[in-house]
Design a protein around this ligand. Structure first.
Ligand code: 3SL
Length: 245
């Protein structure tokens, strides 16, 4: 297995596809997706465009769907939800499909959607993503951070590093064999430096600061928990993710 990390969708190559691609948006889209499926959501369907989301979801019974829209960290008017994982209780999401559009996370998923295996990972389900890689042994794996509107995000790179670090430890592979690009080495170092202080790291991050300004302290604490959800959102048709199995 060779791992490649790309900090943003914009930095991801357009001339090849990997065997497996993992989108990471720790704050907060992929954390929310894992949370919804862990709480019994039927599926997640992602959109970069809010109008297309409204159009497609209109074909679903109102009690079988939830519409989540986030822009700039805030809930979009007229949508059922923004992008807080803490709003996604079992009572609300069980049996329903989440139609979601966020500033960056859903764009990252769309950017990699032609890969044969597409996963959504965050710190909350890091182990589930790693277990998938260890079981399936895809040859070329991309981990794509969502960033913020084309720029680097500390929290996504730290999570990519956490995935790479765990694969490295569990396979005893030498770093230079596993690392497909320099970003992997940098991301592992970032994770190692902050692994016991993730909330503090998120407070340093520009998007963490944006969420704090919006009052999302509890979201940040929730998103910093590692390996608390044993679920892996995996794409079953373009733009639609479900739990494997
Ligand atoms: O950028 C995104 O896709 C979102 O995750 C941003 S937010 O955390 O919902 O503000």
């Amino acid at each position: 297995m060779k791992l490649f990390i790309y900090h943003t969708p914009e930095l991801t190559p357009t001339d090849t596809i990997p065997d497996c691609a993992i989108a990471v948006d720790v704050l907060r889209a992929t954390t929310t997706m894992a949370t919804v499926l862990a709480a019994g959501g039927e599926a997640i369907q992602v959109f970069s465009d809010l109008d297309t989301l409204k159009l497609v979801s209109a074909d679903w019974d109102a009690d079988k769907r939830l519409r989540a829209g986030e822009r700039g960290g805030a809930k979009v008017e007229g949508f059922d939800l923004g992008n807080s994982p803490l709003d996604c209780t079992e009572k609300l999401v069980k049996g329903r499909r989440l139609f979601i559009s966020t500033t960056n996370g859903t764009r990252a998923l769309q950017r990699i959607q032609s890969a044969p295996a597409v996963l959504a990972a965050a710190f909350v389900n890091r182990a589930a993503a790693v277990n998938y890689l260890l079981a399936k042994q895809p040859e070329i794996v991309w981990i794509v951070g969502s960033g913020w509107e084309g720029t680097y995000s500390l929290e996504d790179t730290a999570c990519a590093g956490a995935i790479a670090h765990s694969v490295l430890q569990q396979t005893n592979t030498p770093l230079d064999e596993l690392a497909g690009n320099d970003e992997v080495v940098g991301a592992i170092s970032l994770y190692e430096q902050w692994r016991d202080r993730l909330v503090e790291l998120f407070h340093q991050a520009s998007h963490g600061k944006r969420l704090l300004r919006l009052g999302c302290h509890e979201d940040i604490k929730y998103c910093a928990q590692v390996d608390i959800l044993d679920v892996l959102p995996i794409q079953c048709e373009p733009g639609v993710l479900k739990i494997l199995g």
